[in-house]
Design a protein. Structure first.
Length: 131
C-alpha cells in the first residue's frame, strides 16, 4: 500500500465541496509510486525524471527550476514537461470540465496530456493553454 495523506478541518471542507472533491475522493490522497531523479546545485533544481502514480493516473515530469529559497512562489520553472496518462474516468471528467470552462483543450499526444510549462511558480504559463 502506498503513502496516504488526509486533509482536515477547513481545508478538508474546502476540498470536499470543490468540483475536484465531488468527482474524486480528495479527502484522502494516496501515492502508489514516487520516484525522483535529479540534482540540486546553487539553487537550481534539475529534474531528470519524476514519476508519480496515484489512483487518479500517472505523471512524469522533467524540467529545470531556479529556486528562490525565501520566496518559493517566486521560484522559476523552465523547460518543464509534464505528461499525464492512464487517467481515471473521474479525473478525465474533471479535466474535460476545466477545458469546457476555459473553452480550449489541453495539449495531447495520443491519449496523454502533455503540458510544457514555464514561469514563476505563482504564475505558471502552459504552452497551448496560456501561450
Amino acid at each position: 500500500e502506498g503513502l496516504k495523506g488526509q486533509f482536515s478541518g477547513k481545508t478538508k471542507r474546502e476540498v470536499e465541496s470543490s468540483d475536484m472533491g465531488k468527482l474524486l475522493d480528495a479527502s484522502e490522497i494516496t501515492i502508489d509510486k514516487f520516484y525522483l531523479s535529479g540534482e540540486l546545485d546553487n539553487g537550481r533544481l534539475v529534474i531528470s525524471n519524476l514519476e508519480l502514480m496515484t489512483p487518479y493516473g500517472k505523471a512524469n515530469l522533467t524540467g529545470i527550476a531556479d529556486l528562490v529559497e525565501d520566496r518559493f512562489e517566486q521560484s522559476n520553472l523552465r523547460n518543464a514537461r509534464l505528461v499525464l496518462r492512464d487517467l481515471s474516468s473521474n479525473f478525465e471528467l474533471l479535466i474535460l470540465r476545466a477545458e469546457k470552462q476555459k473553452q480550449r483543450s489541453l495539449p495531447r499526444e495520443g491519449t496523454a496530456i502533455v503540458l510544457e510549462a514555464r514561469g514563476p511558480f505563482n504564475h505558471l504559463r502552459i504552452k497551448g493553454w496560456d501561450y
